[in-house]
Ligand binder design. Structure first.
Ligand SMILES: [Zn+2]
Length: 250
């Protein structure tokens, strides 16, 4: 088997975010910069990306972030890795929050893999989650709709390519999925918003792990932590600037 590696692309940085928005009930008043990250998996027969990131600064600042810095569009980010959107065979959407699926329509030739439970909830989320999905409930048009013809619905875990497993880990959303990648140095779980920061996985005594304050079911979330403990050696978060301390993983 070829060697698999994982390359993060930074799409933008939201400065001065309140850390308590990522670490449930902790760090109130602590300001951090958070990144929007798309992950590329190299070394498989197929070109695979995990999530498709956010809208441009005008969109982001209108609806979501007070400010957005260091924006680069996804095609530009892929170009730096020698890839064109048409080269991508598989898009795995960890979930359908706007900043993880906004550019699905860029990938005309890709299968877009989404959990059934996720699309159900994306259509009819609780009011407090409607903006995250840019839901029609608040008169918006959900970004994943732009490429609905390429969406392939799955249920549960699935090996998508040798050494690359989709694992359903609900909690943040009902149909949340991570991607477990077998590398030379162990299994790396691309966790996305299951663990927005490394700290969510590493925990803070007495908490072994810290949930995101954005969640639909805490018992599912904890069961998902237990599942990930069994299958992954390392976790790659969804919004941590520290991800970019390394160009690629492992
Ligand atoms: Zn999310």
């Amino acid at each position: 088997m070829t060697t698999l590696s994982i390359w993060p692309i930074k799409m933008g940085v939201a400065p001065d975010s309140d850390k308590s928005g990522l670490t449930h009930g902790m760090n109130q008043g602590v300001k951090i910069d958070t990144a929007v990250i798309v992950y590329v998996i190299k070394g498989a027969k197929e070109n695979i990306i995990v999530d498709t990131g956010m809208g441009d600064p005008a969109w982001s600042e209108k609806y979501h972030h007070r400010k957005l810095l260091q924006y680069q569009d996804l095609a530009g980010g892929l170009g730096k890795l020698g890839l064109h959107p048409d080269d991508i065979d598989i898009v795995i959407c960890t979930h359908l929050h706007w900043d993880h699926c906004f550019n699905n329509d860029l990938f005309k030739k890709a299968r877009i893999i989404v959990q059934k439970d996720e699309i159900r909830y994306a259509i009819d989320p609780l009011p407090m989650h409607a903006l995250f999905y840019e839901s029609q409930l608040i008169k918006m048009r959900p970004p994943w709709l732009k490429a609905i013809e390429n969406i392939e619905l799955i249920e549960g875990d699935m090996e998508i390519s040798p050494g690359i497993d989709i694992v359903k880990i609900p909690g943040h959303t009902p149909g949340f999925q991570g991607v477990n990648v077998k590398t030379e140095k162990g299994h790396y779980l691309i966790a996305s918003d299951f663990c927005p920061l490394f700290e969510n996985w590493e925990g803070s005594p007495p908490l072994k792990h810290i949930v995101s304050p954005i969640h639909v079911n805490l018992e599912d979330y904890y069961r998902s932590f237990e599942k990930v403990e069994k299958i992954a050696d390392f976790v790659l978060p969804g919004h941590d600037e520290k991800v970019f301390d390394k160009e690629y993983y492992p």
